[in-house]
Ligand binder design. Sequence first.
Ligand SMILES: Cc1ncc(COP(=O)(O)O)c(C=O)c1O
Length: 391
Amino acid sequence: MALTEWPAYKRIAIDIVSAQGSELICRDGRRVLDLYGGHCVNTLGAGDPALGAVLARQWNNWSFATNLLDHGPRREFLTAFEPLLPSGDWSVFVTNSGAEANENALKSALAITGRRKVIGFTGAFHGRTAAAARVSDTKRPAYPASPFESLRLPWSDLAAAERAIDSSVGAVILEPIQSLAGVQEPSAGFLAGLRRLCSASGALLIFDEVQTGNGRLGSFWASQHYGVLPDMFTTAKGAAGGFPIGLTVARAELAAATPEGLMGTTFGGGPLALAAATEVSRRIAAPGFLEHVRDVATRFRAICVRGPVQSMRGEGLLLGLVLHPGVKAASVRDQLLAQGVLVGTCDDPSVLRLSPALNLPADSPARLSAALDVVSSASSTREHVSSGARP
Ligand SMILES: Cc1ncc(COP(=O)(O)O)c(C=O)c1O
């Protein structure tokens, strides 16, 4: 029998042969506007020439280095990343993925506090490793046993958090906006309330900024957007514009208190990933970059609540298009694709997600709006089609 792939993903029926910026190019020459962006990965779009040149230069100069050696890309990354950080002294540990970044945040938080319990939230998604899956919601199968005690609280319910966060809790982990759950924003005061409860109990507050970080909300981090500082935060996806990376960022004194030998990685912090992350950090911090994110987001909100879309939620370029009752997201996704626009689905079958490249063309909202008008007149919108969403 010929080799087959493990059937983890239900693929979208479209034959893409290449991609440039926010355009996917099909075998038949058709161009599709990519408003999904590889779920927040393509910060600078596909095939960014400057990022490509950085990677080629680094490969030719020094392709891989053990973490026992210092190298220029490491120093350059620390310099380029530092201006993006919230105020205060921070330390960063570099790995290869979001799940790994969360795994290290949780492991170090429990080691530093000497506690055994972690609190997560309904709707959460933090990855598929043992610890990350444990603090994710239960919809996906995971390991039969947990590496620590855990409690899942209702999302955005501060009263439940008041009851649960005590001196037995080592860490509270959350996405400031829950993406896969359907772009669920926190209720007013929820993040600040968690900050207060964690400070009072000695639990460490961890923001998973795998999707909300790296400029996506129109500020560098959700913590800046909401004005609430965590003790640690993680990111991945868009941080190196498509090159695998995971970042665990902690207040410097917490990093210093982490037991020696707890953290380690072979590929994490390699020169290629760090050269890519340096380029992405510089570009996000360049004048006008975040203004563009905010301007295009405002335009989406202004002209894309139409046809099958009842309302829009989210911040910056992490947007949830809430469809009219009974309208199936997967069906609308397929019809938009037929009109040359790719959007994402999520765990909520009545919500579509936009998580495009942050430097997408300014006319993108107009293209989505025109495609939505065609979908609105199509009759098959209310058929049931399962969403098949996967991060
Ligand atoms: C919020 C969030 N955290 C963590 C992860 C896991 O990241 P990775 O797939 O890189 O392990 C994801 C992936 O979708 C995510 O959306």
